[in-house]
Design a binder for this molecule. Structure first.
Ligand SMILES: Cc1ncc(C[n+]2csc(CCOP(=O)(O)OP(=O)(O)O)c2C)c(N)n1
Length: 617
């Protein structure tokens, strides 16, 4: 037994034999299941990569050799082997261990990510830096078959294959899954390679048992089969040496092929087959991605620790409920989703309307431009993209959708603070990113009914691009009631009148804030700025002409955000802005932690807002 919490660095692996490595794998799996059941986190990806991570640290010398984990959500085993097991109780918690690679945590953390498909391009830069730094180390990007579907990964493959004098070692961790099952032609190619490997193994075994005359016959049959199953792989064609596919849970194979790759004199790919979720019965059989990222759960039953309450649903579910309703009314309606089928709560829609939804993989740019193609053909289209991932598709939203003024309805999911995923995933930059685009309308409903009225506006009245933002949390709605046919106009709403100050904000904070302001007896007007763009100029002009204090609130980056747009408006229209206080997130990346903690830390929770209001009165 290794005392996981006393591991300082991976050097101890060098002397372990196969049996000891296998025992260590089992120990790490049990550790992961135990801790993740308490903290939540990326369970399946980490259970699948245990042996591969151990083998990489055994064969290579980190941090001299550079291990670059794509996305970084599968780096827990790496964290354990590099001295961080003792901190696992703080995983993804405020001021605790990050759920991704974090350079400030360890010298073994070489390159940070969170968004997918960056590792090969980063590896290209690190590899090519050898021109200046000398050639004493290996550069080893580790990329999943899901992440490989991202366009940037292909761009880097195209580049790297052309430089035989550079020898990055690409580890392809192929578990046949992205978050859900992998999509596209690449997945088919990998399936072909996999079945060819099985065919070879079966053949090798049966040849041993065959009499001589049958062996000759068998190789004739094989020549025929080879006509169907090409010997070349995609990677050979791209200019790489290809090793594999190899069994990613077998140390003998892993160590043998990683050592071969170490000596290769060309860029190479080691194709490793792993089983996502290996070692925990519920995650092993998961085909929809439920165990990819999980909240705390009971190990024995697999049940989440939080019990579902009646009529409380995730915002994604609230929105997908509308999509099913809208599809019933409008056969010319389609959904295009980049990789987040389950996260966007679209499994039910897919089951009912399999031909009216495309999962395009980790391809946000493609999803947006494809949606513009639907829109230009006169088909209504909904494109759900997490706020953080729309960053990838800025040019496509600008150039392909807004410039042509096309009616694409974007579902900006996970808008605002997302919590435990931290810096790379906070949904706080989409407003600055989208609001300056001509033709774009941006809305953020405060509750489900408002969301439905807003979607009615987006689909039935509005003619151009629309971005409806919704949060990571949950809200209540009774699905047995019919969806309203009311249409919201792009105007703000006064939720509460008051004469000593005006609060302008949007989203789910409004209702609890209204309750608390009323309870506190504060004479404050509350305006729901449900349309972030266009501004409700009539109401805004009135508010800006008054002399009372104005508090503008956004759970989003302050720079270039909603508050900024009001300051711009005031300046452009010669109206006073000196009475305005802006509340929002500062010019820094927002770390991980619970949403409540992070809001409190940045004075954006209800209590802190009330305190700000009291201070300005
Ligand atoms: C640009 C971007 N889009 C979507 C995601 C969400 N995401 C995180 S991991 C993942 C699947 C990655 O699959 P794969 O690379 O095969 O790794 P596995 O988890 O299967 O080991 C996705 C879609 C992301 N991180 N970045």
């Amino acid at each position: 037994m290794v005392d996981l919490k006393s591991i300082k660095d991976p050097a101890f692996l060098k002397t372990l034999d196969r049996k000891e490595l296998e025992a260590l794998s089992e120990q790490i799996r049990a550790f992961l299941i135990n801790y993740i059941s308490e903290t939540g986190g990326h369970l399946s990806s980490n259970l699948g990569i245990v042996e591969l991570t151990i083998a990489l640290h055994k064969v290579f010398d980190s941090p001299k050799d550079k291990l670059i984990f794509d996305v970084g959500h599968q780096s827990y085993v790496h964290k354990i082997l590099t001295g961080r097991a003792k901190d696992f109780h703080t995983l993804r918690k405020f001021n605790g261990l990050s759920g991704y690679i974090k350079r400030s945590e360890s010298v073994h953390d070489i390159y940070e990510a969170g968004h997918s498909s960056t590792s090969l391009a980063a590896a290209a830069g690190i590899e090519f830096s050898k021109k200046y730094l000398g050639n004493s180390h290996k550069v080893i990007p580790i990329i999943g078959d899901g992440a490989l579907t991202g366009g940037m990964a292909f761009e880097a493959l195209n580049f790297l294959g052309n430089y035989p004098n550079h020898q990055p070692i690409i580890i392809l961790n192929d578990n046949e899954m992205s978050i859900s099952q992998n999509i596209g032609y690449l997945a088919r190619i990998f399936n072909q390679i996999r079945s060819k490997a099985v065919y070879r193994k079966v053949k090798a075994k049966s040849l041993k048992l065959m009499p001589n005359f049958l062996r000759k016959f068998s190789s004739k049959v094989e020549r025929g089969v080879k006509g169907f199953v090409s010997n070349n792989t995609l990677f050979d064609d791209f200019g790489f040496s290809y090793y594999g596919p190899i069994n990613g849970h077998n140390f003998k194979e892993l160590i043998k092929y990683l050592n071969m790759a170490k000596k290769a004199n060309k860029p190479c790919v080691v194709h490793v087959l792993t089983e996502k979720g290996k070692g925990y019965k519920f995650s092993e059989t998961d085909v929809v991605g439920q165990w990819h990222g999980t909240g705390p759960f009971t190990i024995e039953s697999g049940e989440p620790l939080t019990t579902p309450s009646q009529h409380i649903y995730s915002w994604s579910k609230i929105i997908s409920h509308y999509l099913i309703h809208y599809k019933k009314q409008n056969p010319h309606f389609n959904v295009v989703v980049p990789a987040m089928l389950a996260g966007s709560a679209l499994l039910e829609f897919q089951e009912i309307y399999p031909d009216s939804i495309e999962d395009v993989g980790i391809a946000e740019q493609m999803a947006v431009t494809m949606s513009s193609g639907y829109a230009i053909s006169g088909i209504d289209v909904f494109t759900p993209i997490y706020s953080t991932f729309i960053q990838r598709a800025y040019d496509q939203v600008n150039h392909d959708v807004c410039r042509q003024n096309l009616k694409v309805v974007f579902g900006i999911d996970r808008a605002g603070i997302v919590g435990a995923d931290g810096e790379t995933h906070q949904g706080i930059y989409d407003i600055p990113l989208l609001r300056h685009l001509p033709n774009m309308t941006i809305g953020h409903p405060r509750n489900a009914t408002e969301a439905y009225k807003m979607l009615n506006y987006a689909f039935k009245q509005n003619k151009g691009p629309f971005a409806i933002r919704y949060e990571r949390g949950k809200t209540n709605y009774d699905f047995s009631q019919p969806i309203t046919s009311d249409i919201i106009e792009p105007k703000w709403e006064i939720l509460k009148t008051g004469s000593s100050a005006t609060f302008i904000g949007f989203g789910s904070i409004l209702e609890p804030l209204k309750r608390e302001i009323t309870n506190a007896g504060l004479d404050v007007c509350i305006i729901d700025a449900k349309f972030i763009k266009p501004l409700d100029e009539t109401l805004l002009k009135t508010v800006l002409s008054e002399t009372k204090p104005i508090i503008i609130y956004e759970e989003s980056s302050l720079l270039g955000g909603f508050g900024s747009s009001i300051l711009e408006y005031a300046t452009m229209h010669n109206l006073s802005s000196s009475q305005i206080t802006l509340l929002g997130l500062p010019d820094e990346f927002i770390q991980h932690g619970s949403k409540e903690e992070l809001l409190k830390h940045h004075n954006l929770d209800v209590k802190s807002v009330i305190k700000t209001i009291e201070d300005v009165l």
